[in-house]
Ligand binder design. Structure first.
Ligand SMILES: Cc1cc2nc3c(=O)[nH]c(=O)nc-3n(C[C@H](O)[C@H](O)[C@H](O)COP(=O)(O)OP(=O)(O)OC[C@H]3O[C@@H](n4cnc5c(N)ncnc54)[C@H](O)[C@@H]3O)c2cc1C
Length: 447
């Protein structure tokens, strides 16, 4: 019997389709400045492979590339196309270490584990840089991220963090910034201190993702786009079902992050989607550009709903800010991003946006990624909590290492306890929205 087509309501309640058209990249500056890249067919048959990867973002593409390098046969399926998800839409910040600060990791996991996690975070950044150069991926990869603070208390906390990294982790490329120093880099009176990390970096995320996809395909990975996986039949070998085909695989990697939906309930208890938004201004003239950023670095600030920004190679401000927690993005994305941007840069009052877009990422309760072997033949990695450019790329490599029997880093990452989000099924999302709204309110009121 043929499968019933999903109803319109069902599709709208699915983040894969509620804000986007099938197979199309969003209206982003990244899509407008994308390199030439390969396109792939839709899966139409039944095939067998060693590893089937579901999801063509950094997690899935990195796993595919590393497995193929080791001679493993890989099939990668994406509901839309490689780079379509958060990986092709994000702020491009290849940020320092793990999402959670070292001091908190030391308290929560002990010094030894905190050190291993630090090293994995550092290796993740190195990995991104080395893939860019090994596969000659043209993606504007540049060093430098500023962490910018609004209040004395936040500056004090950042000073402590910077000193800990310098003294106890030998991180000599991070430096504190006082009020004058930060305002000599960022043209905003909002920031009164922070730090600059020259070992962190930023890049054009869509071009990085597509560079990974093309390189994986060159190495023999079979990539299929417009191939939504609607069912996984778990067994000794899993059978992964799409509308027009199936893949029989010894191993499956679920790499769907914020777009997972109900594909696997074990993961969806622990990993929650949230939406985040970016705008690209019109091209700025030289004096306006210099009134915003004096260096070609990226910035992320200390708000709970982080503001993050940098310049594009054609002199636009790419500004990220604003979050939402439902299936639909806010109707007026421009207003959502303009509000936080003008608080930081009132000088941009009369500047237009040429592109605005949103994307969906995934968070965990503890803000550490969730890497797991769900059964003998199924792996998953997601929940990078806004820090996935480096960590998702690394997670793909770590899953590959475990499949090949080299399991040190997988053990470290998968031993992190990831609690379930409170509530059950459909109630989980409203509860998250409630909690997040509280923190957003604290941002607004500054307490
Ligand atoms: C606006 C925004 C800004 C961000 N800024 C930063 C930043 O500056 N720095 C940083 O480190 N992180 C940032 N992040 C987070 C980062 O982008 C993600 O953590 C990372 O891209 C996750 O990669 P991924 O491969 O796990 O998931 P994704 O890139 O989302 O890829 C998942 C893929 O799975 C596919 N898929 C899902 N379900 C199915 C299915 N059933 N069948 C087939 N395919 C399926 C989707 O089509 C998608 O292509 C940001 C995220 C957003 C949205």
């Amino acid at each position: 019997m043929g499968k019933r087509a999903p109803s319109l309501k069902c599709l709208k309640m699915n983040l894969l389709f509620s804000n986007d058209k099938q197979g199309q990249l969003p209206n982003s500056w990244y899509a407008a400045s994308v390199n030439q890249h390969k396109r792939y067919k839709t899966l139409q048959t039944r095939i067998r492979t060693d590893v089937c990867i579901i999801g063509g973002g950094f997690t899935g593409l990195s796993a595919a590339l590393h497995l193929a390098t080791a001679g493993v046969k890989v099939v990668l399926l994406d509901a839309h196309r490689p780079g379509w998800g958060a990986s092709g839409r994000n702020g491009g910040q290849v940020a320092n270490g793990q999402r959670v600060e070292q001091g908190r990791l030391e308290k929560e996991y002990g010094e030894l584990a905190a050190r291993s996690l630090w090293q994995i975070g550092q290796d993740a950044k190195e990995l991104v840089g080395s893939l860019v150069s090994k596969y000659s991926i043209n993606c504007d990869f540049k060093p430098g991220i500023v962490h910018a603070c609004f209040s004395e208390a936040e500056v004090k906390e950042e000073l402590k963090n910077t000193a800990n990294l310098q003294k106890n982790y030998g991180h000599s490329d991070i430096h504190s910034l006082d009020k004058t120093q930060i305002q000599n880099i960022i043209g905003s009176k909002s920031y009164i201190g922070g730090s600059i990390d020259w070992r962190s970096a930023h890049l054009h995320p869509l071009n990085f993702a597509l560079g990974l996809a093309d390189s994986a395909s060159d190495l023999g990975v079979e990539i299929f786009e417009n191939s939504l996986v609607d069912k996984i039949a778990y067994g000794n070998k899993n059978i992964i079902h799409t509308k027009h085909g199936q893949v029989e695989a010894n191993y499956t990697i679920i790499a769907c992050n914020g777009y997972l939906g109900n594909l696997n309930k074990e993961i969806s208890k622990k990993v929650m989607p949230i939406n985040n938004f970016i705008a690209a201004t019109e091209v700025l003239n030289d004096s306006l550009k210099k009134s915003i950023l004096m260096k070609d670095i990226a910035v992320a600030d200390s708000k709970f709903v982080v503001n993050y920004f940098r310049l594009s190679r054609d002199n636009r401000l790419l500004f990220g800010g604003g979050e939402s927690y439902g299936y639909k993005f806010p109707k007026n994305l421009e207003a959502t991003v303009r509000k936080p941007m003008l608080r930081i840069f009132p000088q941009l009052k009369s500047i237009k946006f040429d592109y605005t877009w949103g994307g969906t990422l995934a968070i965990t309760m503890g803000r550490m990624p969730y890497l797991s072997r769900l059964n003998n033949s199924t792996y998953s990695a997601s929940g990078y909590s806004g820090s996935g450019v480096a960590m998702a790329t690394m997670a793909g490599k770590i899953l590959c290492e475990d499949i090949l029997g080299e399991n040190g880093r997988f053990k470290t990452m998968s031993s992190i306890i990831t609690p379930n989000f409170p509530g059950r099924g459909a109630l989980r999302s409203p509860l998250l929205a409630l909690a997040m709204t509280w923190y957003k309110m604290r941002d607004e009121l500054g307490f």
